[in-house]
Design a protein around this ligand. Structure first.
Ligand code: AMP
Length: 254
């Protein structure tokens, strides 16, 4: 499963330049999910756990931007350079750039294994664009999982978060410390603090979340797709709550 996840990650990052080497394995049931919630609520960690469990690919728009910073990452077009400036300031990348990037990777939205969208959509424009695309392609969204946590805890989580450069596993200095300081438990990769997890960027990101992304909660509630999950506790606690919420909901028939 670890190799499969790595291959799917490469396909998502490289977009139209790469084919998914694993091929579309059909998952039963096929889940197409959006994970919603403020930055730092644990969407990345839950995506990893869910991806292992239900076989769906973890698709994070933030990962694409972060990979573009690396010398071996995806091509640095002028639009991508501009996008990275927005990211480093903790601001949202313009909708047109983000939607272009997702459309280039729309193969991943067709995957028969399903998908877990993390960090996308983040604005009503993006949600509408995705909605229209899925309607046109006869794809059904299974559910939108909305993780809830008070802002004080979000700030604590973001400032202690550390990420593995290689496999993207997420740690926390006190809540989920690595066994060896600065090294990933899973692949021994180097752990780093994201530039936008520094205090100046955190406050901008939380404000942006309230203004631009929180309205999506009502958007998806109105569509009857919203599942709210309490994000207190350990990743395992939250994962169990997520699975319970998903099990109580009928999966999409496709
Ligand atoms: P994330 O890893 O999802 O927290 O994303 C990191 C940063 O990438 C965000 O703070 C934004 O600057 C940018 N970004 C990622 N996804 C989006 C999106 N859907 N819309 C706009 N900006 C995004």
């Amino acid at each position: 499963m670890a190799t499969k996840i790595k291959d799917n990650f490469a396909t998502w990052i490289n977009g139209s330049l790469a084919d998914c080497s694993m091929g579309p394995e059909k998952a039963e049931p096929c889940r197409r999910l959006i994970l919603l919630g403020p930055p730092g609520v644990g969407k990345g960690t839950q995506s990893q756990l869910l991806s292992e469990h239900i076989g769906a690919c973890h698709l994070s728009t933030g990962d694409v931007f972060r990979e573009a910073v690396r010398p071996s990452g995806c091509p640095r077009t002028p639009a991508m350079e501009a996008a990275l400036d927005y990211m480093n300031r903790g601001q949202l990348v313009p909708d047109e750039t983000v939607w272009e990037l997702v459309r280039e990777r729309s193969n991943c939205l067709h995957c028969q294994g399903g998908f877990l969208l993390d960090g996308f959509p983040r604005t009503l424009y993006q949600a509408e664009a995705l909605n229209q695309f899925m309607q046109d392609e006869n794809l059904l969204l299974s559910a939108v999982v909305n993780y809830q946590l008070p802002m004080s805890e979000i700030i604590w989580r973001l400032s202690g978060r550390r990420i593995c450069r290689e496999c993207k596993a997420v740690f926390h200095l006190t809540q989920r410390p690595p066994k060896t300081q600065g090294r990933c438990d899973l692949c021994n990769g180097e752990l780093y603090q994201r530039g936008d997890d520094h205090p100046e960027s955190i406050s901008v990101r939380l404000e942006v979340y309230e203004n631009s992304t929180a309205p999506l909660i009502y958007y998806y509630k109105h569509k009857g797709l919203l599942l709210s999950v309490d994000a207190h506790g350990t990743p395992e606690d939250i994962f169990k709550r997520t699975l319970t919420a998903l099990e109580q909901r009928q999966p999409s028939p496709q």
